[in-house]
Ligand binder design. Structure first.
Ligand SMILES: NC(=O)c1ccc[n+]([C@@H]2O[C@H](COP(=O)([O-])OP(=O)(O)OC[C@H]3O[C@@H](n4cnc5c(N)ncnc54)[C@H](OP(=O)(O)O)[C@@H]3O)[C@@H](O)[C@H]2O)c1
Length: 252
């Protein structure tokens, strides 16, 4: 998978980490990038910045007709970045009903699955290419207070492994990114140091070009993986402090 000359598609490409992927791809020599967004007008600033190279694409990943249409209209794509994500900041049991957890699953898991299914044949026709799935440190360990988000990212981590195996035969590289804390709207409530979205995008592109299956993109992701092995209870306490929520005691 080479970035120079590739054609990318980024879901949730209008802001945050998705916008960074669009920009970094284009700055790194991608021929063209489709910035998928629920409201294409939200990506107008990128279209203006990169005329003819950034294409705004209406794409809600939970709307399977739109996903199918995107696969038909964007037949030249060789790299799909499944970045669109939803974090509702609710607890699993404390939320008023299950609709919030279900919606997180719809966007984070089924949205990614729908994109993989629709674009697998496109990638095959274009020589294999790659898929980047933007996951989270919450995919590695249960983080109380992160409601349905963590389970949806853990499921998508598992999905990444299955899809990788299914697409190996057609030469598609599937790279999962374990992302810590990044300075975007999603993490506005999080205290402490946050990474720059561009750095996450650069790490992701390096990983897919080097054939890396799963990458911890930043310091926090690395630390979570290490703490999980060394001191899972301490990790729980630190996460609660960082997220500014009460520690949930789950026993020893
Ligand atoms: N920020 C962090 O600390 C952090 C940490 C770990 C992982 N991540 C992951 O990084 C990815 C990007 O998040 P971010 O931090 O950049 O958050 P963000 O600024 O909140 O951006 C989320 C993006 O996803 C889009 N989106 C939400 N639902 C969608 C749907 N149904 N269809 C298409 N697009 C949809 C949003 O579109 P609208 O503008 O239309 O709402 C927006 O473009 C997510 O997968 C997130 O889980 C973030």
């Amino acid at each position: 998978m080479e970035i120079k000359g590739c054609v990318g598609l980024v879901t949730g490409g209008n802001r945050g980490i998705g916008e960074a992927f669009v920009r970094v791809l284009l700055e790194s020599g991608a021929q063209k990038v489709y910035a998928g967004s629920r409201d294409p007008a939200a990506a107008a600033h990128l279209v203006e910045q990169y005329p003819g190279r950034c294409i705004a694409l209406e794409l809600d990943v939970t709307d399977y007709d739109e996903v199918a249409r995107a696969a038909t209209e964007c037949g030249d794509v060789s790299l799909v970045v499944n970045n669109a994500g939803l974090f509702s900041n609710q607890t699993l049991l404390g939320a008023p009903d299950m609709s919030i957890a279900r919606q997180e699953m719809e966007v984070n898991f089924f949205g990614t699955l729908a994109m993989c299914r629709a674009f697998a044949p496109v990638l095959a026709r274009n020589g294999g290419g790659g898929i980047i799935n933007v996951l989270s440190a919450a995919a590695l360990c249960p983080i109380p207070n992160m409601g349905g988000y963590g389970p949806s990212k853990a499921a998508t981590r598992s999905l990444s492994g299955c899809v990788r195996a299914e697409l190996a035969g057609q030469g598609t590289q599937v790279t999962a990114l374990i992302v810590g804390s990044v300075d975007t709207r999603m993490a506005a409530h999080v205290e402490g140091g946050k990474e720059k979205p561009d750095d996450i995008a650069r790490a992701g592109l390096r990983a897919v070009t080097r054939g890396i299956d799963e990458l911890d993109t930043d310091r926090m992701a690395v630390e979570v993986r290490a703490a999980l092995a060394l001191d899972p209870k301490g990790l729980e306490r630190r996460m609660a402090r960082m997220l500014n929520v009460p520690v949930i005691r789950t026993g020893r």
